[in-house]
Design a protein around this ligand. Structure first.
Ligand code: FMN
Length: 285
């Protein structure tokens, strides 16, 4: 009886989270196994404020091992994790991105790497040709790395830790790469702040499933009304506190997600990243 009540409560937690996320109800059967895990996944939120409590190295290692248990394209294992233990290095990374002080404040900071160096090295060790030095090698390594990072976040959430990915480390990939002594064909995909959350955080609304979930064929249809509906739904709960670049774009009467993202991507961002990746030895043809 008690178990059923708990299952019902967990099922409504999942339903509530998805309702906040997508603005629609997804029915959740209380008899489903794994509802605790679904509740954590559906209730995902990043954390940028942490308690001043360390994350024990043994726990971090355990979570890294769980993360590196993630699936890997063709079992090629092209993702690595770098734990930044040296606080001076963590500070040096924060100094590159001063508008994100949570990087320095995070009790633990990791960098997820795409490793395109191991496979050519294995080919050399085994005396084989390596005719696969092209975009797919890079793409697979980045995908593996992103999957490992996501799995780390899931594992961290399961033990009560909070995380925030940091792609801003790629604003200065050359400096980060030198600081972390990354060799040829090893590039940072994202950093990750990890710590015990100081706040509960909140669920961010996402585009409706009518825009991002397809069946049998891609069928987004007319996206404009879907984006508009999302902008309005999101604004009801989490209106933007400030408008981006008003000096360039003026003050919008209604400032929603799409206006914010359009303004964000109206500026060139990381236009030199491709040059960095090529200079690191990846061939992107
Ligand atoms: C690959 C990736 C890179 C990100 N980079 C940053 C970052 O540099 N700084 C930051 O504060 N948040 C970063 N985030 C967090 C996103 O801003 C956050 O996931 C998004 O606003 C949605 O919020 P939610 O994850 O709480 O739903 C990143 C997230 C991802 C997945």
């Amino acid at each position: 009886m008690q178990e059923h009540v708990t299952a019902k409560a967990t099922a409504s937690l999942v339903e509530d989270a998805l309702k906040q996320r997508f603005g629609e109800t997804c029915a959740v059967d209380p008899e489903l196994p794994g509802l605790d895990e679904l509740a954590r996944i559906a209730g995902h939120r990043v954390h940028r404020r942490f308690l001043p409590r360390p994350v024990e190295p043994g726990l971090l290692r355990l979570l890294c091992a769980c993360a590196l248990s993630a699936p890997s394209k063709s079992d090629l294992q092209q993702a690595d994790i770098l734990v930044v233990r040296d606080k001076a290095k963590q500070r040096a990374i924060t100094a590159l991105i001063p508008d994100m002080p949570w990087i320095e404040q995070a009790p633990a900071f990791l960098v997820f790497l795409a490793n395109g160096s191991r496979l050519p090295e294995i080919a050399r060790l085994r005396g084989k040709p390596f005719p696969n030095d092209h975009l797919d090698l890079f793409f697979n390594a980045v995908a593996d790395s992103a999957i490992v990072m996501t799995t780390f976040m899931r594992a961290a959430a399961a033990v009560g830790l909070g995380c925030c990915p940091i792609s801003a480390i790629r604003d200065r990939p050359d400096v980060v790469s030198a600081l972390l002594e990354l060799p040829e064909r090893v590039i940072p995909v994202a950093g990750l702040c990890v710590g015990w959350p100081a706040e509960t955080g909140y669920i961010t609304a996402r585009l409706g499933l009518d825009a991002t979930l397809h069946e049998d064929r891609y069928s987004a249809g007319d996206v404009a009304p879907k984006i508009d509906a999302y902008d309005r739904r999101r604004d009801l709960r989490w209106p933007y506190r400030r408008q981006r670049a008003p000096e360039r774009w003026g003050a919008a009467a209604f400032y929603g997600w799409s206006e914010d993202k359009a303004r964000q991507y109206a500026e060139p961002l990381r236009a030199d990243f491709g040059a960095f990746v090529r200079a690191k030895g990846f061939r992107l043809e």
